[in-house]
Design a protein around this ligand. Structure first.
Ligand code: CP
Length: 325
């Protein structure tokens, strides 16, 4: 059954941990809700009352520029109070466990925990141990669901809601990328063709037969002319320990997107990057700042997507919120 009417699907999940568990209809429901949320940001008074009196805590154990500020703004735009947890100043430095930390924060009357942590499974672990809503803002190499949702939302703005047959590439460090994992789960549910491109050391072999719509490539220039969307991924030096290729210079030569490669690509190819970028490594500045780039549009769309996610998870707890959306 397809959810053609956004009202037809009743949202029941109080946590968002990843896109692997969501159905196509649930993903479309979030994206359609986000479309409605965009209107709030275009009003003269950019506030809606949906989460008035609610408290959202930003529980970030890893650095973030985009996700943290975007979630904070999203919660405040929906009139929630926000509280920022600073790991460096917290009792985790004295050995307090993640579960004890989460339970103590919840005891102050928190309604939503937005969690980023280096350990895969950390958001689910917290969700298993608290009563409030939990939203995963990136857990190690596992998932980054709101990044994938905003990526898909941005693709839909160019290609329409139905992404069937759209060829979407991820170039680079797929092995360490929670963004790529979440995007792969979401995109194949929406019918897109996913092309994973990079050196053998950065492409997980397990994805080879993962799904008929997921294809692995080692030679970028062979597949480049067919791609509708190119997502560049950052080489995550902090998760690799050592380089998985001979040198940054060689990586750039084989997989970097620059003006020469843009001439091989489709004339209307869309260039995406979740950030932060390593300019002149995976992407040339002229491409990052060029006409095909939607990198800042992704950031803008992240706000509407995160407003949608926060209001949906809370609506699973309180039906009066659903009636205000
Ligand atoms: N895309 C992303 O997660 O960026 P931040 O690390 O800045 O949140």
């Amino acid at each position: 059954m397809t959810n053609t009417d956004n009202q037809a699907l009743k949202w029941t999940r109080k946590h968002l941990i990843g896109l692997e568990d969501l159905s196509k209809d649930e993903i479309l429901h979030i994206l359609r809700t986000a479309k409605g949320m965009q209107a709030i940001s275009n009003r003269s008074i950019r506030k809606a009352p949906a989460l008035r009196g609610r408290v959202a805590v930003l529980l970030f154990f890893e650095p973030s520029t985009r996700t943290r500020t975007s979630f904070q703004l999203a919660a405040e735009r929906l009139s929630a109070d926000t509280m920022e947890f600073t790991e460096k100043m917290s009792a985790t430095r004295k050995g307090e466990t993640l579960i004890d930390t989460a339970k103590n924060i919840e005891a102050m009357g928190v309604d939503i925990m937005i969690v980023r942590h280096a350990a895969p499974g950390s958001s689910q672990l917290i969700a298993n141990n608290v009563d409030c809503c939990v939203v995963n803002a990136g857990d190690g190499q596992h998932e980054h669901p709101t990044q994938a949702l905003l990526d898909i939302f941005t693709m839909q703005e160019q290609f329409g809601e139905d992404l069937t047959g759209i060829k979407v590439a991820f170039i680079g460090d797929i092995s360490h990328s929670r963004v790529a994992r979440s995007d792969i789960f979401g995109l194949i549910k929406l019918g897109a063709e996913v092309h994973l491109i990079g050196p053998r050391t950065l492409l997980p072999g397990g994805l080879k037969n993962y799904h008929p719509n997921v294809h692995l490539h080692h030679h970028l220039d062979e597949i480049l002319p067919e791609l509708d969307v190119i997502n560049l991924l950052r080489i995550q030096l902090e998760r690799q320990g050592a380089l998985n290729f001979p040198s940054i210079r060689e990586y750039n030569k084989l997989y970097g997107i620059d003006e020469r490669r843009m001439k091989l690509a489709k004339p209307d190819v869309m260039i995406m990057h979740p950030g932060p970028m390593n300019r002149e490594v995976e992407i040339a500045s002229s491409v990052a700042d060029g006409a095909h780039s939607v990198i800042l549009k992704q950031v803008t769309n992240g706000l509407a997507v995160r407003m949608a996610v926060l209001s949906l998870v809370m609506s699973a707890e309180d039906s009066t919120i659903a009636s205000q959306m």
